[in-house]
Structures are given as C-alpha cells and as structure tokens.
Write a protein that binds this ligand. Structure first.
Ligand code: F6P
Length: 540
C-alpha cells in the first residue's frame, strides 16, 4: 500500500506544520500525566527497561493518527506472519525468523514441514556443549593445552553483534577467554591483531552467513596461513570452527575447520546475533550467558506480540521514527549511548536500520512516494556533548535523538555514574525545553551576546533506560530495535530483509582488484576511476 493513499496519512500530513503544533513544553503544560502516558515500562528476566517518548514532538492527536495508520498498514498481521514463519522477505522468498532463535523450546514454528524451534534448540545445545568443552579444556589446542583466546572473523552482522556483546558484557564480568574481532580487509588491522595473539592458544571462529563474503574469506585465508606457519598445516583445522548458513560453500574456499555451527537462510545477517554467530561470546562468558541474552530477547518478543498498541514500545518507536523522518522530513536520527561499553550499539543499529530500511522501492516493486529510513549516526555520552551536540542543540537541522542509559553501574564509584546519567537527562531536557533570550538575559548576559546563547529547544528525543547492562537487558534492547525496524518497514511497505544495494559495489570491486593486479593501462572504468587507479598504482 502506498502510504500516501491512506486516510490517516492525509490526517497526519495535515499536522506536519511544526510551527502550528504546540511546543513540547506546551504539551507538558497541557497534560500533567504526559510522562506516564508516553512511557512504557517493560519487565525483563533479571531486569527492567523504561522507554520514555514524552519528549517527542508528538501531540495526542498525532499519536492517534499514527496508531490508526499502523492499523491501516496492517502491522499486527505482518508481525504475526513474521513470527509464524510467513514469507516476509519477498525478494529472497524467505521467512525472517530471528525470533525463532530465542523461542521457548515449547513453541513450534513449522517451515516446510519441520519444526525450526526444535532444530534451533538442538543446535543451541550442540553449541553450548562445544563452548563448555573449550572452556574446560576438553576441547583443546593442537598441543593438548587449553585455548586462551578466540579470534572472531566476520563482517557486518557476523561481527557487529558479537563485538557489541563482548564489549558490553566485559564491562561487568571478566571473560574467561579473551576475544578479538577482525572484520575489515585491512592488512594493518589484521597483522596488528595477529601480532598480539599466540597461534598455539588461539581458536579461530570464522563467521559468515553466506560464506562468500570476500573480506571474510580473505581474512580467514590469511589467518589459516598464520596458523599453518606457526603450528603446521595439520593443526589448522583443530584451531578453527565455522558458523554459516551455507556449509556446502566452505569446501570451495579450501578453508578447514574442526566443526561447523549453523545459522539459517531464514535469518538475516543483521538479525543473526541470536544465532550461532555469538559463539565467541558463548566460549568467552559461558553458554548460560547466551541463554540469559536470548531470554531477554524473548521477553521483548513477547512484549511486542502482546502489548496493546499504546503501550507497545517497538510499535511506538517505529511510529515516532515515521513521524520524524517521513512526515516531518528530519533526515537523520542520532543515537547517544551513555556507557562506553555500549559504544558498538550505534554501529549495530546503523547496520540494522539503514541496511533494512534504506530502500526506494516498495514490496510490489513500485517506487516509494515518501522518504524511508533516516540516516542513523551517533556516539557515546558525554563525549558527544563535547563534539557534535552543539549542532544538535543550535543547528538549523533538527536531529531527533535516542538516549540510552543504564541505571545500575558495575563500577565502584557509583557517584561518578550518577554524573554520567545526569548529563544524559540534562541533554534531553535542554533539547526539549531550551532557553529563550529572556532567560539568557536574566542570567546576566548582555543583549549583544544573548542571541548566541539561545537554545531553541522543542527538539525531540526518546530516552531508554535499562536497570543494568546485563545479557538480558542487552538482548531486550537489541530486540526492541529489531522490531521497531521491522514495523517501520511495514509502515513504509518496503522489504526490510534484503540488501540488494550492496551487490554492485562488491561486483565492481572484483574488477578493480583484477585491474590493480595488471601492469598495462586500464581503460575499463570511468575516467576518474581510471586516473585514480593509475595514481594508486604509481604510489603504492
Ligand atoms: O554486504 C552486506 C552483508 O551481506 C550484510 O547483510 C551481512 O551482515 C554482511 O554482509 C556479512 O555477510 P556474511 O555473514 O554472509 O559474510
């Protein structure tokens, strides 16, 4: 459905003149219960989350129209179809069943006559047993001694999730085996990583859904050559395992491994953190930690499936995204995480959202008629306050912000943590309510200087707080955004589960790589690329 054809859409468009909307401050003055009405509290296993939308520039009337539009767009049916294994990824003719990866063992989801939940649980148990054996030393290195380090090789969804989880969980618990992550095909990074590792103590986890990603295959080859040089080629497989949805492709790469763990075609790369792709962390922290993580995700799945629309956090997050990006034309959304250990969350959501909804074609192949995904960017608080927040407060582009913070700190100095979170609350307050010239003048600033210090305010944000940074709350946080991205795709009538746009660059890279290997004049590219290629060849 072309969104613009729906009646509630017209109602929404009629309210997009921001200057005629009550300001965020006026919305709070008009409704003493706004904070409660627009906050969603979610109970999680061993924790809790609150999502506060009240500082978004959304009037009750706009919220009504957004909820009506979600109904017209068929969000509930689309959600239920996804959970049931419906073919929601039309261009790849696949279900999107990342939710089955954390379903309870009692649940059943049938695909082609087989229950994928049973399959998933069997694989989870196999992976857990392997992780336990590596941790205990039963599964050991070629010299018979235990592994002490894990090197995860993967890119995109086969890297960002595992790396995020490792950093987040390392903040409150010491990993029993240390992990390193290699993703880019940058030899400087790979060599620096390998120089800091002992091949005799290192287990390599080769992660790739497709097992055809050039960077990952190249890095795996370099790493297996490093293992062979140090340990002998007969020991390489002992130090290597594979995680993939395409086991049949591994042989073609000549890479070897002692065993392979499954992901599935019906799990998108950027939705695969709840699959075997998290093996490195199962080894580093123990499979029980992965169970906690998946329980947190499952709790958010249950919330998404059962909470009524007005109290449904993924739905509201998606509707507000639609309002800001598509209806009010705000091109970007910033993510500010107020915990260094969550720095990787911004990159993670960038891939999740921009690779999912960065589309210009609707599910039926017709061109979209509205703007789709925002550009997602961001950083860590409070560093960001001393970097780009100047623009977010006083710039000419309104940037909606998602603030993410953690209540209970694992640090000894809790008072310092209070300071960190106080800054997060203050940033959201300053954005929403600002400071006008009169207030600036009242603070003793002279007339000439006052205009420079005015904070316009009326700038929207959502604040998400989790009770602590545990495996469960990280799981719930990730699942919250997975579902919000899915709903946003339904509202825009686009397929959130393919990523055809990444293929052309990969294809062209192959021909450029070939040309870089030649010595004669290359004329197969445009004049600019040809000239740059020549320049590069002269200077490398
Ligand atoms: O090129 C994009 C992409 O396919 C992502 O969707 C994916 O997460 C990443 O590359 C890595 O893919 P794979 O896990 O198949 O190596």
């Amino acid at each position: 459905m072309d969104p613009t054809t729906s009646s509630s859409w017209k109602r929404l468009v009629a309210r997009t003149d921001v200057a005629s909307l009550p300001t965020i401050a006026e919305l709070f003055q008009a409704d003493a219960h706004r904070a409660e009405a627009m906050s969603v509290d979610i109970t999680l296993p061993n924790g809790a989350m609150v999502v506060d939308f009240s500082k978004q520039h959304v009037t009750p009337d706009v919220l009504e129209a957004l909820l009506t539009y979600a109904d017209e767009a068929g969000v509930a049916d689309a959600r239920d179809a996804m959970f049931a294994g419906g073919i929601v990824n039309l261009t790849e003719a696949q279900p999107a069943l990342h939710t089955a990866l954390r379903a309870r063992a009692t649940e059943r989801v049938m695909i082609d006559g087989s229950d994928v939940v049973a399959e998933v649980h069997a694989e989870r148990e196999r992976l857990a047993a392997f992780a336990r054996d590596v941790r205990s030393g039963i599964t050991h290195a070629a010299d018979g001694r235990p592994f002490t380090h894990v090197l995860n090789i993967g890119i995109g969804g086969s890297d960002l999730g595992p790396a995020l989880a490792y950093a987040a969980w390392s903040a409150s618990r010491k990993p029993d085996l240390e992990c390193r992550f290699v993703s880019n095909v940058d030899p400087v990074s790979l060599e620096a990583t390998l120089d800091a590792l002992d091949p005799a103590r290192t287990l390599v986890v080769m992660c790739s859904k497709s097992f055809s990603t050039a960077e990952t295959v190249a890095n795996c080859r370099d790493v297996q050559a490093w293992l062979a040089a140090a340990l002998g080629s007969e020991s390489v497989a002992t130090h290597s395992v594979v995680v993939t949805a395409q086991p049949s492709r591994v042989a073609a790469t000549a890479l070897v491994a002692r065993c392979t763990f499954a992901s599935w075609k019906w799990v998108g790369g950027r939705y695969s953190i709840s699959s075997s792709m998290n093996l490195a962390n199962a080894i580093a922290f123990g499979p029980e930690v992965i169970d906690e993580f998946l329980d947190g995700m499952n709790a958010m799945d249950a919330h998404f499936r059962s909470a009524e629309p007005r109290r449904n956090a993924p739905l509201l997050l998606a509707l507000i995204n639609l309002w800001n990006r598509t209806l009010l034309g705000r091109p970007t959304r910033a993510m500010l995480v107020y915990q260094d250990a969550l720095a990787g969350f911004v990159d993670y959501i960038q891939q999740l959202e921009m690779e999912s909804n960065g589309k210009s074609v609707r599910r039926d192949g017709g061109s979209v008629t509205v703007d789709t995904a925002p550009i997602v960017w961001g950083g860590v608080g409070t560093n960001a306050q001393h970097a780009f927040m100047q623009l977010v407060h006083q710039g000419t582009t309104v940037v909606p912000v998602d603030f993410i913070g953690v209540a209970h700190t694992s640090a000894r100095n809790a008072a310092r943590h209070d300071e960190l979170i106080a800054n997060m609350f203050a940033q959201a307050e300053a954005l929403a309510f600002g400071r006008d010239e009169a207030a600036v003048r009242r603070s003793g600033v002279d007339a000439a200087a006052a205009p420079h210090r005015v904070a316009p305010g009326n700038r929207p944000s959502t604040t998400i707080l989790v009770s602590s940074l545990s495996p469960s709350t990280l799981g719930a946080l990730i699942a919250l955004y997975e579902h919000a991205v899915f709903v946003h795709g339904v509202l825009l009538d686009i397929n959130s589960f393919d990523q055809w746009g990444v293929e052309l660059g990969k294809h062209l890279a192959n021909s450029v790589i070939e040309d870089l290997g030649r010595t004669d004049v290359v004329a197969s590219h445009d004049a600019s690329t040809t000239r740059l290629l020549q320049w590069y060849r002269q200077h490398r």
